[in-house]
Design a protein around this ligand. Sequence first.
Ligand SMILES: C[S@@+](CC[C@H](N)C(=O)[O-])C[C@H]1O[C@@H](n2cnc3c(N)ncnc32)[C@H](O)[C@@H]1O
Length: 300
Amino acid sequence: MNAAHTDTLLQVRAARRYGTLSPLRYPGGKASLAGFFADVIEALDLTDPTYVEPYAGGAGAGVALLVEGHVDRLVVNDFDPAVHSFWVAATEHCEALCALVADKPLTVEEWRRQKAVYRAADDTDPLALGFAFFYLNRTNRSGILNAGPIGGVNQTGNYKIDARFNRPELVRRLEAIGERAHRITVSNKDGRSIVQEHASDPNAFLYIDPPYLAAGGSLYLNAFTHRDHADLAATVRAYPHGNWVVTYDDAPYIRRLYEGEAVQSYALYYSAHRAVRSTELAVLSPSVSGVVATGHADAG
Ligand SMILES: C[S@@+](CC[C@H](N)C(=O)[O-])C[C@H]1O[C@@H](n2cnc3c(N)ncnc32)[C@H](O)[C@@H]1O
């Protein structure tokens, strides 16, 4: 997915661009916003910034910001027990996780085993559940957890089960996280309580990327109701002095929830299924909107 822009859209053109640094595949992941966030955080002149993702998933942008040294601390929160287990494993059992990534066979037989671990959803063993989640995330078609393996169960497709499992590269990305584990806080609360914990910290920047209104397929836990979206909007809007960005699919309901805030459209290219451009919404807190409007964040 690449950020793109037209004259009428928010120009998500950052001063810097980073490669993919998160070990997880997230269709629609927001790693490409990392450069833009780096510019915003610099323009806000935060001291030892804490970057907070209350709906983290692969925390694509957050990992890039930490590894590239733009933020001091990372708060990674996800309500999904499997996603949370992955982050616990990556930060607390990194060596063991890397050993599994280096050695586990990439076969349909192993895929079935990991799928059974994932389905059992036993989060008392975060290494096992976190690795199962990671394995399926890297071997399933489009990274969608309910999809079959790349190449099909008979491995007759052009791409095989190992197509997205470059062991040395994935170990490298995991080690980059493990080395910085002391600066990463992992939790599995409801996203709104994370917003409440951090939004009044003047040195925190919150990137809020909840399940979309029209969350398609089984990309991630997406049991968000209209009520949940409304509650989140009320929570976020209670912090007008916070530094936050919320992204969403472009829908009249979401525009209504954030009416009166700085709501901008921006365009993204998704690669999960095919290269379709979709226009999304970014809601900017007054402080973020201020640095973007004055051009200090080099967003245009
Ligand atoms: C759109 S994804 C985030 C993608 C992420 N920004 C990235 O770049 O990889 C939304 C995430 O929110 C999580 N989630 C769903 N409901 C939640 C809740 N109530 N509290 C916290 N996380 C939740 C899902 O498990 C999913 O991983």
